[in-house]
Each structure stands twice: as C-alpha cells, then as structure tokens.
Ligand binder design. Sequence first.
Ligand code: PMP
Ligand code: PLP
Length: 539
Amino acid sequence: MSFEKRGEAIDLSHHLSDVARARNPSPLKDMMKYLGRPGVISLVGGLPNENYFPISSVSGEILVPDSFPLEDADKPSSSLSWFWRLFGKSSPAERTTPFTVHRFSDNDKDLTLATSLQYSMAKGLPQLMTMINEFTEKVYRPAYSNYATGIDLGNTDGIQKSILTLCNPGEGVFFGEWTYPSTINTIKPYGIHPVPLKMDSQGIRSDDLRDTLSGWDESVRGMPRPHVLYTIPVGQNPTGVTVGYERKKEIYGVCVDFDVIIIEDDPYYFLQAGPYVPKSDRRPDPLAALSDEEYIARLAPSYLRLDYQGRVIRLDSFSKNIAPGSRLGWATCNPLFAERLERATETSTQAPCGFGQIFVTSTLLQWKYEGYIRWLKGLRSQYKGRRDDFVDCLAEQFSLRETVRTEGHLEGCTVYEASLRAQNIFVDDKTPHVAVLSFVPPTSGMFVWLEVHFENHPLFGTLETTTLEMKLWTDLAEAGLVLGPGYLFSATRGENASRRRGHFRVSFSQCSLEEMKKSSKILSSVFREFMKLKSITVV
Ligand code: PMP
Ligand code: PLP
C-alpha cells in the first residue's frame, strides 16, 4: 500500500464493551465551542484560581540528547565511547540545559503553570500532544489516515482502559503463554479470562492463533470466541522475544480474517539492541553510526504500520525511555476507540499529573523530535552494552555452546545451552557436560529468559516442575540472587506445572557489571549443588 494514499479506519464499533457504550460525554464538552471564542467570559467551570497555586515556577536541568554514554561507576570504558567522541562530547556534568516554567506567559506557545496545573479533562498539554503526534506519524507511520492519539498514565493505565473498552465480563482475551503478569491481574477481577497461545522464537504463533479461532467451541470453552489479542511485540516481558515483520503480518492477517482487535503494549520498542555477538567477534556497533532516519527505518515496524483497518490499539509509554515516575504515555488507535478511551479517562484518571507533563514536555521541547530520536538511539546503545555484558558474564561461568533446537517451542532456533561439567555433579556420569539451562540472547528489551533443564535433574519425574523451580529459586535467593520465577509469568499461572523445563526471568537493566559477574557466579555454584540433590522436602 502506498503510504501517501492511506484509507480510513473501518467501522469496528461492534467491539465496544457494554460499559464503553454506556459512557456519556461530559456535559461541559458541548460548551467548549463557546469557550474558545475571543472575548467570551467563562463562569462555567469549577476551576480553582491559578493565582492561588502555591508554586510560582518550576525549573530543572535536562540532559542534552547526546549525553550517552553515561558510564556506571564500575563499568569499564564503554565500547561505545568511540562513537560519542565523534560528537566531541565531554563530561556528564556539562551536558545539561536549564528550563523554567512560569505561572503565566505573554506568549501563547509557552508552557505555563496556569495551564499545566489546571484541569484539562482528559487531554494532554497541547505542546505535548503536538510532539506525540509528530513522533507517531514519523516513527510508526500508521497505515490509515484518521488515526488518533490520546494521553494516558503509561501502559498500565492504557491496558486497563483498552481492555475494559473492548471486553465484557465473561469474555476471553488472547495472550502469549508467557506474559506480563500485571495484565492478567488487571483483567481477572473483572471476570475476563486469559486465553493462552503457544509461543516460539518469534513470539505468539500465528498458526495457533488461527487454529484456536477457527476451532473455537463456545459450549466447550465456556465463553464466546475472543475478539481481543494482547501482545508485547518487542523485547517481550518475560521472554525477551521480538516479533519479526513476517510474523506480525501473519498475526495481523489472522486478526483481519477473524475480526480480532490487537492491543500492542510496546514499552521496550526503543531498546532494539540487535543480535548478540560473542565478545571475541564483537565489532563497533554498526547501528550506532546510522543517521537518525536510517536508524528509525531499521526498527521493527509497529503493528500500526500494517494496520490499514484501524484494529490496533498501540500503547506507548515514557516509562522506559524517560522515567516511570512521569506516569505518562499515549494510545494510538481509530477515532472511535480513541473517543471512548477519552470518555473513560474523564471519569477515572483525568489528564495525567501536571507536574509529570511539565517535565516530560519541557524535555521534549528542548530536544525536539531530532533530539529525542538521538536520545533513544543512545539509550538503545546503553542497554545493548548491558545485554552484551550480562551474556558475556554467563559465558565466563558456564560452558556455553550454540545449538539448534530440534524439538519444543524453540524448534529450529539457535539457543545458547549452558552446561556444567558433569563430573562435578554426577560422580559416575560418563558424559563430560550436562546441560543445565539454555537461553536465546534477546535482541531487544531488558530481559533474558533462562530455561532450566529439569529433565536432567535426578528428581525429574518424581516432583512437579513448579516445585523444582521454587526450590531452585529459594536456593538462589538464599545465596543472594533474586530472579523472577517462571511460573509468575505463565498466562494460566501454574496450570502447566507438569512441563519439562522451568524458567527464570533475569533483568539486566539495573545491576552493575560487578553485580552481573557475582550473579553468574552464584547461578553456577547454586546450579552445581542443586543438580546433585537426591531429595527435596516439599513444605
Ligand atoms: N468530586 C467533586 C465533588 C468535585 O467537585 C471534583 C472537582 N470538580 C472532583 C470530585 C474531582 O476531584 P479531583 O480533581 O481530585 O479528581
Ligand atoms: N507493559 C509491559 C509489558 C511492561 O513490562 C511494563 C513494565 O514493566 C508495563 C506495561 C508498565 O508500563 P507503564 O510504566 O507504562 O505503566
């Protein structure tokens, strides 16, 4: 489809939940057309007087977009420093610009406290929405013309509002079999059920989605055929998997065929590190030297790029690329859904916190679109460095070998299999090594998903996998290393307890290099002991 000749969203109003249909616009809305007229005196809104806000100005310092690398104190001189030196950048202390927002301003275009801290119903600050709209159009290039954006309090908020706008109690929502637990916790109290789909190295499998939809029997399943799919396509939480363009096309095609709405929860979109290359073969990062336009063009396309019908609600968040405490994000979707989401916002959160909006908007106004892209590019390099460091640390502690999976959900995929010397585990074992865990180095995001080979454990078959997983988790925690236990991320919470392997989610976003080294040492020594266990007391 030619980008210039974009059509409009189709009518998808039949997807709205009963609650979404029942929402009325605020009575003030109809009056707004008068309020914009010059000379009109408004005595209508119950707004507090801006002169009495006890804060008369807000100021701060913002890093310039080319600030990276921001070295961790204990990190060796970054392999990326050469890139930043090209820009002639020096110490972090020099890399800030000040800003101040006053209560009032003579210039209509300026941010003011009078506007930012005042009620604004469900709307974001106009300056912020202008930036968001420019960004959405240039980066995601939606495939239809009348898409709309609406502000929210980050993706947690966007997820809840989207699902309740689309689903009634008793309905189901499709999820990957491993998923972000907060979304499950969001829907369950409303009587909305997760329907898990199989995943592979490309995320949710399109064949399983198609088979599940085409074979759906309401009387067997006890609920109508789901019409909503929740997906985290980049650096998936918890598996770290990124969905490629072809898989996205397949999934989108199935959703068109079966009339399914996609909720694209994509907070890790800008942490697209690219493939892991072992330390010995590593060269300077080729992506770092790309122009901004080339860099954007190389990012995995959002579902918005494919969505010619308007059946995707894309959720963006400033949490992972500015700060989670800003509680700010936005949804991009067809105008009907956007309008219903706005109604939901009017009676729940209203506009996001004015202070958060001031800081994020001031930052983006300083940086402008080009600066924000440079910031995101630099941020990606930082997380790429962390991903590389963490996998390097594992490689130092375990004997890692690349192997192509011949069975299971990663069939055909190259994984790193970590083994320990068998002599240290089973005294009489003839094989030199025994595989204890495997993983695929993630190409995006913050997570490594460790798959634990419980089938090589002496107690395999006598105990449930979840029991082995929790025993290992406790041993690691006792030794000073706390990981995300796999069962927490199961869309069905432990119903697949009899599976052969266990999992742990490891996040490399925060720890220092020293902590990474220590963590992989703890992993290897705890595994060594764990694999020798001949009995476990289940309490
Ligand atoms: N309740 C009443 C009775 C109100 O008058 C208002 C503000 N107009 C609100 C709630 C909304 O309060 P808040 O800004 O704390 O959400
Ligand atoms: N969605 C996913 C998949 C996440 O991993 C997270 C954060 O951990 C969130 C949403 C929450 O995002 P936000 O801070 O924007 O609410």
